[in-house]
Ligand binder design. Structure first.
Ligand SMILES: Nc1ncnc2c1ncn2[C@@H]1O[C@H](COP(=O)(O)OP(=O)(O)O)[C@@H](O)[C@H]1O
Ligand SMILES: [Mg+2]
Length: 362
């Protein structure tokens, strides 16, 4: 049966597709992607305080994944809003913070022993949009070409949406000899093709990628910066999703996803290496230049958990009372580790080198 873009694609076949998923090209790429990912997994353990990575890198992923959906904010605004949750920030910045919250929440659920189920993905989507979204049943769900506005795809409609999700859930849980990275590529396509929710499918599907890697033990922390690659190859991403539907062109899609994993694993690996190096250098500098009453390992870690700090961050971390906390931050500024600026009535302190590492190339 040929695909007809003017009718809901209720014939979307369940996974796995009956084509060769282990061509030489795919298997080769699978080796290098797995190798890069394995190095990233190890790098995640370089930094003893995992909060540093869990806070900062997922925020960059959140920013990039949202940007694919034209929800655009800057790294600077994000970190500021993160520091001052009470302050009004623009809706895009808020949405990106919700995305990180959704990723973090789902990550915790996996760590607590939950599996990746339809209801978990539903919760992810609700967290991203901060509203109660329903699994679609009725009404057409169109995907249009972003530049021309032409209709490119009508997602399945009616009761089959739930059935297809159920199948997908079973496929995700299944044990198989097929490499998990190949399976991830299949799963991401399938989730997007089902397009189960009114909105948030792209972002939920990209969180699903990271969750799947964690579930399979290929990553311990949600630190892969996959959406960065998708932004840089946005046209290919859309073209290849279509080409699977229209021509059954799985090979090119799988190679695309494997390359995304390989390239971003390497990129994230170097980011973590640089954070680690900076953490060591900063620790050394502070140990030798700060008064011994000010220096503590915890203080240094704190200014790495978030590139922006304020007096109450130090107080809330239980490191000092207000006045002493202010003194600590001033001392850090004096030796050039932090730079301060005033936002409203509040003085905030910026770990500029860290901020640069985090936001570079994104
Ligand atoms: N031809 C297509 N077939 C299937 N999925 C597609 C196609 N084109 C785009 N998509 C997916 O749909 C997503 C956009 O869906 P949407 O529900 O608006 O996500 P979000 O709200 O996260 O914006 C894209 O990011 C992509 O993952
Ligand atoms: Mg959208």
């Amino acid at each position: 049966m040929t695909f007809d873009r003017t009718r809901p694609y209720n014939e979307l076949p369940p996974l796995p597709p009956s084509v060769d998923l282990e061509s030489t090209a795919i298997l080769r790429k699978c080796i290098s992607a797995n190798r890069a990912l394995a190095s990233l997994k190890v790098a995640g353990h370089l930094i003893p305080n995992q909060t540093i990575l869990i806070n900062a890198i997922p925020l960059q992923e959140a920013k990039a994944s949202s940007e694919i959906e034209n929800i655009v904010t800057t790294g600077d605004k994000l970190y500021r809003a993160d520091l001052m949750p009470g302050n009004p920030s623009d809706p895009h910045t808020k949405e990106v913070l919700h995305y990180r919250g959704a990723l973090y929440h789902a990550f915790r659920q996996l760590k607590d022993g939950h599996s990746i189920t339809t209801s978990l993905l539903h919760a992810v989507c609700n967290d991203i949009l901060r509203s109660e979204v329903q699994v679609r049943m009725f009404g057409p769900c169109k995907i249009q070409n972003r530049t021309t506005g032409d209709l490119v795809y009508l997602a399945p409609e009616g009761e089959v949406v739930r059935e297809k999700l159920q199948h997908l859930e079973e496929f995700i849980a299944e044990d198989s000899t097929l490499d998990p990275l190949i399976r991830l590529s299949l799963i991401h396509y399938q989730f997007e093709a089902i397009h189960p929710f009114e909105d948030g499918n792209g972002r939920t599907g990209r969180i699903l990628n990271i969750l799947y890697l964690i579930d399979k033990g290929l990553l311990d922390l949600p630190v892969l910066y996959l959406s960065h690659y998708i932004i840089e190859h946005k046209n290919d991403y859309y073209r290849l999703l279509r080409s699977v539907t229209e021509q059954g062109n799985w090979e090119e899609w799988i190679l695309f996803m494997l390359d995304a994993i390989e390239v971003t694993s390497t990129l994230t690996y170097y980011k973590i290496q640089r954070i680690w190096k900076l953490l060591r250098e900063t620790t050394e500098k502070c140990r030798s230049e700060l008064p011994s009453t000010v220096y503590s390992k915890e203080l240094i870690e704190l200014i790495f958990v978030q590139p922006y700090s304020k007096v109450s961050s130090v107080v809330d971390a239980g490191l000092a009372k207000r006045q002493t906390a202010a003194h600590y931050l001033q001392e850090l500024e004096k030796i050039g580790v932090l730079e301060s600026t005033k936002i409203g009535r509040e003085r905030i302190y910026i770990n500029k080198v860290l901020l640069k590492i985090l936001t570079e190339g994104s």
